[in-house]
Write a protein that binds this ligand. Structure first.
Ligand SMILES: [Zn+2]
Length: 69
């Protein structure tokens, strides 16, 4: 099971896709057990096409949840 720090959520409006390293990204040909940090720089959100810079971790430094605290 991936920890929240290892799950990254797309911050684009109306998207909310969460990258789960347990699953990888079949559409983007990313095998499971690939950490978000290890994704290629040209990887894009399979839902909306946003770049990696649009993603934030669910927990840890710079997390999504910290923004609401
Ligand atoms: Zn997205």
């Amino acid at each position: 099971m991936a920890r929240p720090e290892e799950m990254w959520q797309c911050q684009t409006v109306n998207c909310g896709y969460i990258y789960n390293p347990d699953k990888g990204d079949r559409k983007g040909k990313i095998p499971k057990d690939t950490r978000f940090e290890a994704l290629p720089d040209d990887w894009k959100c399979p839902i909306c096409g946003a770049t990696k810079k649009m993603f934030k971790p669910l927990a840890g430094p710079g997390a999504v949840r910290e923004a609401t605290a």
